[in-house]
Design a protein around this ligand. Structure first.
Ligand code: DLL
Length: 435
């Protein structure tokens, strides 16, 4: 396999130099963070300054940052740059109460776009390629994130946005799309529509897929590759860390290179929060190194993964993380939307006559991911049919407003859902290939 690099000096930087670069950037990052209301207070209490960081291991003197910290300091409490330099805000779905907000300067947007261009180049995309993005545009980072990255690469971009599969296929055929960004569940849906329309995806120019934003197994990836006749590369990221682009597979498709010039990665035991050795699974903790507006230090991602030990044949020196194996909290992702069971609960309790026992079932039917919310009724209500129907519809609408997708809602008799003695099991995931 011939290797070409977007930024050879950075991508293949000897590890010793890479660590020196990280140390330098970490100190800069602390300097910026010290101007933010949240970190200013925190660092003062703990006497942390750039000078307290003498080696990379000293990062452990810095406390973790959590999603709760971002919510408590909503919206701009982590901003360390000057707001007059802010040019964009993104926010993440899947939070109850305040969303998680990230603010970007021009530098931050450029740096993020460069990282995505680096990823696309790594798997063979060039400025002659035609890139189509089936991600939702707007506050979700998969839209504009990839858009700016693909433009930076110089590809011709088609910001098709989410949904309307027949139109996606029309664009793929008419515009000669060669590479596509899709969440894995949507890639499967698209393959199904190709089949329904009687079109062989292999008759198009589509060859490369970037898939991410939700967990998927290697079997699902192989299925996507087989159905669409493409190579599908895993792409990891999260809003708090910019969005997509944080880690990406190279042509070896054996783990995702995490860009260590822009992030420090730690894997910790989720219970003790102590580091685990390379190769062992734990919770990933990330620190931004190249953000001038809103740095985040030691962010607990809640994602479980491991560092893949050893060097990659591609020659890149940035370490690889394994496919995400799960989360340490109860968040689940369906059709690319992040959902916490608490969000569902919050809606259900607003309805009189509804009991407190509920169950969310996730299933794949005809290659489509479906979410069903079953909730127990209080005794009296259960036989007034028109009223029940009205309430089902109303709950469905409120859930849609809260979680941005429409689940099936079933009101069931009191006592008919499983009861648990310990921690209630709120989510049953029956989707194909779930771990
Ligand atoms: O999903 C950013 C993104 C967009 C990544 C497009 C890749 C492609 P959030 O909505 O903030 O951001 O969700 C972040 O999604 O903590 C993981 O749990 C999950 N996730 C993201 N990428 C992957 C992946 C975007 N490749 C959360 N495999 C993260 C498994 C993923 N899970």
């Amino acid at each position: 396999m011939n290797e070409e690099y977007w930024q050879p000096e950075i991508e293949t930087m000897p590890r010793k130099e890479l660590k020196e670069l990280q140390l330098y950037k970490l100190r800069q990052t602390i300097k910026t963070a010290m101007n933010s209301p949240m970190y200013k207070k925190r660092f003062k209490e703990l006497h942390i300054t750039p000078d307290s960081i003498k080696t990379l291991d000293d990062i452990r003197k810095i406390p973790f940052t959590t999603k709760q910290d971002l919510r408590d300091n909503y919206p701009f409490g982590l901003v360390g740059g000057d707001m007059k330099d802010a040019i964009r805000i993104h926010s993440s779905s899947g939070t109850t109460g305040h969303p998680t907000v990230v603010v970007y300067s021009k530098h931050d947007i450029d740096s993020w776009a460069n990282m995505i261009a680096r990823n696309m180049y790594m798997v063979g995309c060039r400025n002659t390629d035609i890139f189509q993005n089936s991600s939702g545009y707007g506050m979700f980072t998969g839209g504009l994130g990839f858009q700016y990255g693909a433009e930076k690469l110089g590809a011709t971009t088609i910001p098709a946005a989410a949904g309307n599969s027949k139109r996606q296929i029309m664009f793929i055929r008419d515009f000669g799309t060669t590479c596509l960004h899709a969440i894995p569940s949507y890639a499967i849906r698209l393959a199904e529509v190709f089949q329904e329309e009687g079109i062989d995806p292999r008759s198009t120019k589509l060859r490369t897929l970037f898939i991410g934003a939700e967990p998927h197994t290697n079997e699902q990836r192989l299925r996507i590759e087989r159905l669409l006749g493409v190579k599908a590369y895993n792409s990891y990221g999260m809003t708090e860390m910019n969005g997509p682009g944080v880690a990406f597979e190279c042509k070896r498709q054996n783990g995702m290179h995490l860009w260590e010039d822009n992030y420090i990665v730690e894997i910790v035991d989720p219970q003790t929060l102590e580091p685990v050795p390379d190769g062992e699974t734990g919770e990933m903790v990330l620190t931004t190194l190249d953000r001038t507006m809103m740095p985040i230090l030691r962010y607990r991602t809640r994602d479980l993964t491991r560092i893949i030990p050893g060097e990659c044949e591609c020659g890149r020196t940035h370490r690889r993380i394994d496919r995400i194996k799960g989360r340490t909290d109860d968040m689940f992702i369906i059709k690319g939307v992040n959902v916490f069971p608490m969000q569902v609960e919050k809606i259900l309790i607003q309805y009189p006559g509804i009991g407190s026992n509920y169950l969310i079932t996730l299933d794949t039917i005809d290659d489509n991911d479906i979410m069903t919310v079953e909730v127990e009724l209080d005794d009296m209500k259960s036989d007034v049919y028109p009223e029940l129907q009205k309430m089902t519809k109303a709950i469905q609408r409120s859930l849609k407003d809260e979680i941005l997708l429409t689940p099936k809602v079933k009101l069931v008799k009191k006592g008919s859902l499983p009861q648990s003695d310990g921690k209630a099991v709120r989510v049953k995931d029956l989707r194909e290939g779930r771990m």
